[in-house]
Design a protein around this ligand. Structure first.
Ligand code: NAG
Ligand code: NAG
Ligand code: NAG
Ligand code: NAG
Ligand code: NAG
Ligand code: NAG
Ligand code: NAG
Ligand code: NAG
Length: 655
């Protein structure tokens, strides 16, 4: 720009009015020193004025930008134009001209509770407005991502009304990536890698890569109106009636029920199912239907937003359920007929029975599951058996009444009378519901198996492996692994038992319930990789269990050993399991369960496996069978579910 170009002249004219002609001729005099200085000053002034007028018309795309934060954060912008797509009680969404850059959203949330503004706009209005660009976090939780929005709107002018709005049709116009959540989840285990929380999205503020990373994809649609065609529910609703879905687009990890299983991607990196999104509360005040894993819904149109740690699509109105999967739960096919040919065969079940006390309303249903679905296996690994007084915090630690009540409920409907083996914890030391003293326990059919003779360990007595080469024995039976070690602080100590069959074959079992994932951060949060709490503890706990198994195998490398229970960790978090999986084999692997059908729990969008069974080399050599019984993840409603975990049944040979 020079002092004589038409724009600067126009500017000068507007600034200086009538004097401009004189100045103009003055500044044209390039031989005059004053003329040059004046020309420079004027040029500078008008340059600033022209760029200010450029800022005074800002597009939504310019506000959103191609990174996580708006490049205009904190600035007041003018003449932002867009069409109102949806209204809330605290603002409204507008959509502007589409950007050619796929990273850049052209949707925006306008935050205001001013009735004068809210009442002045209607869906379909094309408007122009001013406001301040802000990055908002739904509360002070530092793990939440920021939402770009325009606050304190002013100069709201309606340009036209009743405009048609065309949503972005997901699966057609744009489709989410299917494996990675964030470019910052580096490490062999992807989003499950350690160290966790080594970087933060909001600190790095990288350019979005929506073709590759799920969080980037949803961020690139922030504030936009989208349609989810044919949504499939990926689990039950939360306390707010929100739930996860995927739409009619390419997905990976799809299980037969309709869920998305957390599994490994084709490159061996864990797949966090970034192609799913939460459906929030409908904007028109209608209520979402109650979903279930695999339920099909009518199309949803809504706006993309972020709050409380998650990306959401907020439906304009509630969808309806179009169909629900069959509610029949098949029983296990893995029974032990106890015929002459079955003398080496043992069946077992594994079930986290969720805070089971003698008076629990769900106790008869647990008994019914054990009889009708698990078909009264020869023994059971149970977790979350509470003491006789349940959650009443009265110093009770014994669970003999709890176990006797369950055993009687089973016998009443099956004629199978189990015996039990367990070791009481020290009051209040093993975590879980306060006062409940949850522990793991074995039920066993005494006509099939008996405990190898020995003294039962007390709460604080560590199990030790003894015996001569080729014949491992325990100092105490049953007993707990390292019950006084800090490794097992605030959690259930693993319960070990040594068994003998009628023919004299032996089997060691370890029943585990590792520290829960409480305190972990959202997989769609700021911390990358997400905080997996307390992974240090679970890693040490697996090490402790492995130490016991190694001690048995060191004495007898052909020992029959089964470790089972609630590990509170996915097998895809390889850093945790590495020592154990170097000695033992995941039974899902040995029994060749299809990878996507390996799940016992649903959390967020993922059908996932927290409950595992691992077998020693001697058992793996023989025929191994295994089945997941999805009685709880397939429950037709959340309230009908009796535990948050599914049970499983295995059939192995001990000779
Ligand atoms: C918008 O459409 C509605 C319904 O068709 C009509 O009642 C209203 O008058 C229209 N408004 C304008 C400003 O055209
Ligand atoms: C996980 O993140 C938390 C919170 O930042 C941190 O305290 C912990 O040490 C991290 N653990 C690992 C194994 O990276
Ligand atoms: C992640 O680490 C940062 C920096 O140490 C910390 O401020 C933040 O609270 C951590 N996030 C979580 C979820 O623990
Ligand atoms: C539970 O144990 C207590 C104390 O040993 C005993 O008195 C009681 O009879 C037992 N109850 C059952 C149901 O086994
Ligand atoms: C239990 O055994 C009795 C006597 O043999 C028999 O009549 C009854 O049908 C059996 N009940 C079940 C549930 O198997
Ligand atoms: C066990 O946990 C408690 C409560 O968090 C803590 O005070 C104690 O120091 C921990 N003990 C060990 C050995 O880590
Ligand atoms: C994790 O382990 C540490 C050290 O052993 C212990 O102090 C802490 O209480 C454990 N945390 C949880 C949540 O179990
Ligand atoms: C073209 C246009 O809408 N211009 C407006 C831009 O914003 C300023 C400040 O609100 C208004 O004064 C202009 O009229």
């Amino acid at each position: 720009m020079s002092a004589t170009d038409p724009e600067t002249l126009a500017c000068a004219q507007s600034v200086l009015g009538d004097g401009v002609a004189r100045l103009s001729s003055y500044t044209s005099d390039s031989t005059s020193v004053i003329g040059v200085v004046m020309a420079k000053l004027l040029s500078l002034f008008c340059l600033t004025a022209v760029s200010l007028s450029a800022v005074s018309s800002t597009t939504i795309a310019e506000i959103q930008g191609s990174t996580w934060h708006s490049p205009l954060t904190g600035q007041t912008v003018h003449n932002v134009t867009g069409t109102v797509t949806a209204k809330t009680t605290s603002g409204f969404y507008i959509v502007g001209e589409k950007s050619d850059d796929v990273r850049v959203s052209n949707g925006l949330y306008i935050f205001t509770s001013a009735a004068t503004v809210l009442n002045a706009v209607a869906v379909g209005d094309a408007i122009s407005l001013s406001g301040k660009v802000a990055e908002f976090r739904s509360n002070s939780n530092p793990n939440y991502l920021f939402l770009t929005e325009l606050t304190s709107p002013t100069n709201v002018v309606r340009l036209s009304s009743n405009n048609t709005i065309t949503p972005v049709v997901l699966g057609k116009d744009r489709s989410p990536p299917t494996q990675y959540l964030s470019s910052l989840d580096t490490g062999a285990d992807g989003f499950l890698s350690v160290p966790n929380n080594s970087t933060r999205i909001e600190e790095v503020n990288a350019n979005l890569q929506p073709e590759k990373y799920g969080l980037d994809f949803w961020e690139s649609l922030e504030g936009q109106l989208v349609t989810i065609p044919k949504p499939t529910a990926l689990g039950f609703q939360n306390n707010y009636g929100e739930f996860w879905v995927h739409g009619d687009w390419a997905v990976t990890g799809k299980n037969k029920r309709g869920g998305l299983t957390l599994n490994f991607g084709p490159d061996g990196v864990p797949d966090g199912n970034p192609e799913a999104v939460m459906l929030g509360s409908p904007l028109d005040g209608t209520k979402n239907p109650l979903p279930a894993l695999g339920a099909q819904l009518s199309d949803v149109t809504g706006v993309v937003t972020y709050s409380f740690g998650y990306y959401y699509v907020l439906p304009l109105t509630a969808p309806t359920v179009v169909s629900r999967p069959d509610s029949t739960i098949p029983s296990t096919t893995l029974v032990n007929k106890h015929g002459l040919l079955d003398l080496c065969t043992i069946t077992f079940g594994d079930y986290n029975v969720e805070n089971l006390a003698p008076t629990s309303a769900h106790l008869p249903t647990v008994a019914n599951h054990i009889v009708t679905l698990l078909k009264t296996p020869d023994f059971l690994f149970l977790q979350e058996i509470q003491d006789n007084s349940g959650p009443t915090n009265d110093g009770t630690v014994s669970a003999n009444v709890t176990l006797a009540t369950l055993i009687k409920a089973i016998a009443d409907i099956s004629n199978v009378t189990y015996s039990w083996a367990s070791v009481d914890p020290v009051d209040g030391q093993d975590g879980g519901q306060p006062g409940g003293n949850i522990r793991t326990a074995f039920l066993y059919r005494p006509e099939v198996l008996k405990l190898v003779k020995g003294t039962a360990g007390g709460s604080l007595d560590p199990v030790k492996v003894e015996g001569r080469l080729g014949h491992a024995k325990l100092n105490l039976n049953p007993a707990r692994i390292e019950p006084t070690s800090g490794t097992w602080n605030e959690t259930r100590k693993p319960l070990v038992a040594h068994w003998q069959t009628k023919l004299g074959f032996e089997l060691f079992t370890v029943n585990v319930h590792l520290s829960s994932k409480g305190g972990s951060s959202s997989t769609q949060g700021d911390a990358r990789p997400p905080v997996n709490s307390p992974i240090e503890n679970r890693t040490k706990q697996v090490g402790s269990v492995t130490g016991f198994i190694k001690a048995v195998l060191d004495v007898d490398r052909n020992a029959n050993i089964v470790v089972a229970g609630d590990f509170n960790e996915y097998i895809q978090t390889r850093s945790v399991y590495q020592p154990l999986t170097s000695l033992m084999t995941d039974i899902d692997e040995a029994a060749k369960i299809p990878e996507y059908e390996r799940y016992s729990y649903v959390f967020d969008q993922n059908s996932q496996q927290l409950d595992h069974v691992l077998i020693s080399p001697a058992i793996k050599k023989r025929k191994v069978e295994f089945e997941h019984i999805h009685v709880n993840t397939w429950s037709p409603t959340l309230s009908a579910r009796i535990s948050d975990h599914d049970p499983s049944v295995g059939r192995i040979r001990v000779c």
